[in-house]
Design a binder for this molecule. Sequence first.
Ligand code: GAR
Length: 218
Amino acid sequence: MLETVSSLISPPLPAVWPRFAQPLRLGVMASGNGSNLEAIAASIQRGDLHGEIRVVVYNNPGAKVADRAARLGLPTVLLNHRQYASREALDEAIVNTLDTYGVDWVVMAGWMRCVTTRLIEAFPGRVLNIHPSLLPSFPGIRAVDQALAAGVKLAGCTVHQVELAVDSGPVVMQAAVPVKSDDTVNTLQARIQQQEHQLYPAAIALAAQQKFSQAQRF
Ligand code: GAR
């Protein structure tokens, strides 16, 4: 009998999570719901991801992520993009906020704005994003709708280092899930999100591990 693959994560989730000289100092950027924030916080709490969330930056007043952060006892800063003259001005404020809170790693978890070189260059190789597709397929908005419309049989999510073009940059980890014939955007999105919640903490640990081992080689 053929076995049905329910998901595949590559590289695999850590059997033993890495410990660093000090906990990774994370700044999470989010625009909406915040389920990935919650998954990262839970991983830290379990003792898996060796990190701490120093601040949650969000851009939409009333976003659910702010309530979640408050429940988790995390500091939040609202930087409403509507109040900035340009993307650069917003990113300037973001970088200042992340610096104020002593952030080393920037974790975009449902941050639905394009970023500029101001942010990327302030944290070289240390800005991560999660996107609900197997990049480089289906970047941009409504990735799950795009995947369904294209009729792909495997969908998934990607954690990558952030470069300037939307949803681009070196891939850190990916998870694939099957697309079922009766899937709707909601059912497929839910299947992908389940994977995101496992993937993101592990990908943060892996990106940090790679960065530190790279630094030691020089
Ligand atoms: C996640 O599915 C993430 O992949 C997506 O936003 C959702 C946020 O969920 N990000 C993008 O589409 C970025 N291009 P959450 O707020 O519940 O963590």
